[in-house]
Design a protein around this ligand. Structure first.
Ligand code: TYD
Length: 226
């Protein structure tokens, strides 16, 4: 099947706390859209580029527990700047649908709402370094931090030592992150859709599709998959 290249691409982001199932939904969505004939770039932050992978190791390492919030923010912004300029924007301009597992709303929820870095600092860096690209649509997979912690604990029983720096944070930290995401959604209801994530994965997926279908670029007549 010939991939469909829309006139203009689409930028979709998936956000939410740890253990919310973003990656599973992102993979399901990528497959679904590819099967419909779209050309899809599935990527993530931090670590969507080679340079980003190196930055990810620094920012996520449990050995860097003494990292101050401003350093943490600058590393995420460095990752984002590289990601947007070398990968996301070129892909969108070529008409791809780009789906990113986390993007700038994560910085707002984690570094502003949970860590306390002023919003003006985030705005300045995002606009002046990372290009200020706003997603067309964002899905926040919302789950209570208590449920998420249980999911993570279950995973770490079979894979001890796999807890990330953020997964080791306190419950009150994760509550602030969740509150942050919900405030972002309340401020930008057209772009940001909150999806309850304590549901079966197919139900979550169908909810996502119900919001996404109306904004998908049309598939040109001659290229519709049979
Ligand atoms: P990752 O292993 O990708 O976790 P998840 O599967 O939950 O997405 O870890 C990314 C971590 O980085 C996650 O805990 C959230 C955090 N983060 C920020 O604090 N700020 C940011 O801007 C981004 C993109 C992520």
């Amino acid at each position: 099947m010939k991939p469909i290249v829309a006139d203009t691409g689409l930028f979709i982001t998936l956000e939410g706390g740890e253990g919310s199932g973003k990656s599973t939904q992102g993979e399901m969505l990528t497959r679904h859209l590819q099967e419909k004939g779209y050309r899809v770039v599935w990527t993530k932050e931090p670590g969507g580029t080679d340079i980003g992978q190196a930055l990810r190791k620094v920012v996520m390492s449990n050995r860097h527990g003494d990292m101050v919030p401003e350093t943490e923010l600058l590393i995420y912004l460095a990752d984002r700047t590289q990601h947007v300029k070398s990968k996301i924007l070129p892909a969108i301009r070529e008409g791809n649908i780009v789906i990113s597992d986390r993007y700038h709303d994560s910085s707002v929820a984690y570094q502003h709402f949970a860590r306390g870095v002023p919003m003006a600092t985030l705005d300045f860096l995002f606009q002046n370094l990372a290009g200020g690209l706003v997603p067309d649509i964002t899905f926040i997979l919302d789950i209570s931090p208590d449920t998420a912690m249980k999911r993570i604990e279950k995973r770490t029983v079979s894979d001890p030592g796999s807890m990330s720096k953020f997964e080791e944070e306190t419950l009150s930290f994760h509550k602030k992150v969740r509150q942050g995401f919900l405030e972002i959604a309340a401020k930008e209801p057209n772009r940001v859709k909150v999806i309850p994530a304590d549901q079966p994965r197919n139900e979550i997926f169908n909810r996502i599709l119900s919001f996404l279908n109306p904004v998908l670029p049309a598939i040109p007549d001659g290229e519709k998959s049979s």
